[in-house]
Design a protein around this ligand. Structure first.
Ligand SMILES: Nc1ncnc2c1ncn2[C@@H]1O[C@H](COP(=O)(O)OP(=O)(O)O)[C@@H](O)[C@H]1O
Ligand SMILES: [Mg+2]
Length: 226
């Protein structure tokens, strides 16, 4: 489903170069739940940004479903992200003025859903994440765990090929984090491909495969029997 070959990413600031990725090869198969772990600064987020088309590698290639991403125009790339990928960030990234339902509904409407279909689908995913009693609430009225579930609902409503999550539990307490991981695991069991960055080894245990990074390289891969 995604294949990255020899990916490098060099950040340049004035005369300072940071080699955030030093030639990473990675393949993620349909239906997998992959965790990327490693210390702060190891290059986890940078790798996720390359795979999820939020950034462009300095060198190397990325194929998603046999499409070489480098061949897409900027517009095609944006559409690809909107239609086929889903994102969850550690700070939830919800718009403060939108209700839970609106947060999920709006991206669906941007993709051409009718209001009625978007509302139906939004309610379906919000119910799935046990938020049916929160549809009219705004972020400031929701707990951290609920806000993160709204952001997951928003990310999966259009049934993306891949759900990308960068430290989704970083701002949650341990009980709420475990709950969120259980929701992600359920979504994966229902077929959602997930790539999650975490620095908590315990949470990575929910994944099928754990990829450990250090200093811009993959140093270890562990498979779990599931
Ligand atoms: N936008 C940026 N500009 C310059 N350096 C960056 C930028 N983003 C990340 N880095 C550097 O790249 C390295 C990897 O960062 P990152 O991918 O964020 O690591 P992780 O997510 O594993 O903590 C770090 O040394 C970080 O300081
Ligand atoms: Mg990071």
């Amino acid at each position: 489903m995604i294949k990255g070959t020899n990916i490098t990413r060099v950040y340049k600031k004035g005369s300072v170069e940071t080699h955030a990725l030093r030639g990473v090869d990675i393949e993620i198969k349909k239906g997998e739940f992959v965790a990327i772990v490693g210390k702060s600064g190891a290059g986890k987020s940078t790798l996720l940004y390359q795979l999820s088309l939020l950034d462009t590698p300095t060198t190397g290639t990325i194929h998603i479903d046999n499409t070489d991403i480098a061949t897409l125009s900027i517009k095609e790339r944006t559409n690809f992200r909107l239609n086929y990928l889903g994102y969850v960030f550690q700070d939830y990234a919800l718009l403060p003025e939108l209700t839970a339902e609106e947060s999920v509904l709006l991206p669906l409407m941007m993709q051409g859903y009718t209001t009625e279909d978007a509302r139906k689908r939004a309610d379906e995913v919000l119910t799935r994440l046990e938020l049916s009693h929160r549809t009219t609430w705004r972020p400031s009225q929701l707990s951290g765990g609920e806000q993160q579930r709204v952001s997951v609902a928003r990310a999966i409503a259009h049934t993306p090929l891949i759900l990308f999550a960068d430290e989704p539990t970083a701002n949650l307490d341990s009980v709420t984090s475990k709950q969120l991981l259980e929701y992600l695991e359920e979504l994966n069991q229902a077929g959602q491909t997930i790539v999650m960055v975490t620095h908590e080894l315990e949470y990575a245990q929910h994944a099928h495969r754990i990829i450990e990074m250090s200093d811009g390289s993959i140093i270890k891969e562990t498979r779990h029997k599931k």
